[in-house]
Design a protein around this ligand. Sequence first.
Ligand code: FEO
Ligand code: CA
Ligand code: CA
Ligand code: CA
Length: 674
Amino acid sequence: MTCQFRCGNACAHEPGNDSGNTYFGDVVAQAMSRRGVLRAGALGALVAGTGVAGAVGAAPALADPAGPEEAALRGGGRSNLRFTPVPPNTDDALRVPGGYTSSVVVRWGDPVLPDAPEFDFDKQSAEAQAKQFGYNCDYVTLFPMGRDRGLLWVNHEYTTEALMFRGYQGGGTATEEQIKIAMAAHGGSVVEVERVKGTGEWKLVTSGRRRYNRRITVHTPMRFTGPAAGSDLLKTAADPSGTKPVGMLNNCAGGTTPWGTVLTAEENFDQYFVNGDKVPEAQRPYIARYTIPSGTSSSSRRFDRVEERFDLAKHPNEVNRFGWIVEIDPFDPDSTPVKRTALGRFKHEAATTTVAPDGRLVVYMGDDSRFEYVYKFVSKDRYRPGNDRHNRRLLDEGTLYAARFTGDSPAAELDGSGKLPSDGAFDGSGTWIPLVSGDRSYVEGMTAAEVLVYTRAAADRAGRSTADKIGPTKMDRPEDVERNPVTGAVYIALTNNSNRTAAQVDEANPRASNKHGHVLELVERRGDPTELTFAWSLPLVCGDPKDASTYFAGFDKSKVSPISCPDNLAFDRDGNLWISTDGNALGGNDGLFAMPVRGGERGYLRQFLSVPVGAETCGPMVTQDQRSVFVAVQHPGEVDGASPDSPASRWPDGGQPRPAVAVVWHAEGRKIGS
Ligand code: FEO
Ligand code: CA
Ligand code: CA
Ligand code: CA
């Protein structure tokens, strides 16, 4: 069921990437000025996790000729993580370690706008849904307003209609109202939250003006900026200017900017469109790279039945208006969200910003499909603390790169089994290959606008202009990318790729039929995120620790938790890596795990929580004071055959399952995990 609703059964189709690209490859965010008081402290004082900690300024130089593995092992003994791990389980509950408590902050259907009606499962309407918390929450970040108040931003990635509506048989036979409810349940929410005094618990503010509360949906007016804005590829009948897209789709993970806005990532946007085979001939190869469905399948959502723009036979460019990084200002409920074309168009998973030592802004991004690439964007101009107007243009002008990972062990030592090569590590070096810089394309045969709108195809061809003709590396589903605020090293979750064959393994993707995924650590030269070369290694190769193909940075495997399918990453302020999982292929529920990446406990991975039946764990976000961790419990009860009349989960309220954001804290106020 997850496969059908989340990504339109992407795994059942051929991967989009059939390019010849090689498989073997061989400031603490200055307190916000403009809305100063509001945000002061904001980003500096409280938030860590996936968000603003990523925007920390110059990190200590870590790049080391010895490579990241050795460098990271130096210094530090035990970590400060002390919790007793949650054992693998299949309970229909949110399980946390002893001493910790959890509560639901906000769930599907909870009123967001002050005039929203209370949720009624059997009487849901599109009008109500557009004012209530959306479905399948994913990225979560908190913008503090002082110590005990804040704005929570949450993505609503997709809808699971089979659990939302009784008797649902697919978009072909759904009522128009059901389709409109689904549209309104996508997008994102801003909700005001408050701390329960003296604890790590946060609650939804349910009374008063709640002036920041906002819903973004498929119908929110947006605008394009950057080099591709206004290009012919983005023009439609409804918008001949090519600058005014409407709505966002499948927003998965995200990031924040140093100036206090959200970057939210449109991921599997393809599945909302029909008749991908009926676009003009010239567009077809590019469309194919995004696996847009052909014809009209009655099991798909069929948004085209209520809005013609989703029918590509009639509006072929509409699909080009999705698949972007969208910037949203949570502090201005009247602001127009901005699709930043300079960051390229692919199945964006996340966008993590960091300010380089010279002040340029860098954004790391993954493209989550099998055999896709890792990207980064480096701004042309420099971040100027306090100058929002200037800073917001940083995301419109700069250079977009794709990553190439080269191993340092002989190909003969990589047999696809996961056995470590004789040098004891999956590791090597890499380069960032430029694709486009402003109006200048580095890709043969493609204009700058084409590179930005058809970024996957551009990355496929990028090798044509490198000295050795080798392009970026096809990865095992690059999901979240996060930068360690303590060391500056960058971590990439590679969630899985059961389609990789033994002939296709490389040192950065060393397992054939990679069911459980791995985590890659990337250390930019001199620790400077604007540099174009790096060292990398795999500190974590996931699975059951009893499985010889797993690796936990050399730590004693008898002590670690099993882990499968790393998806979202976050760091706490002490530099511990937090990993949430999606699609546990070991039989247990998904969860949240913590792992030190430095010192003697590097690789000592433990499960911190598990989510209910059928759910994946998203978010996660450890607050800057480390007293709370937020997680999004996405698609509880999403199990084949489940329905409202036969639910597989009754989380969180004992009735129908409802995707929700939860918060976890320690009863005695300890730092999370310590
Ligand atoms: Fe929406 Fe790639 O997870
Ligand atoms: Ca090696
Ligand atoms: Ca994800
Ligand atoms: Ca996911």
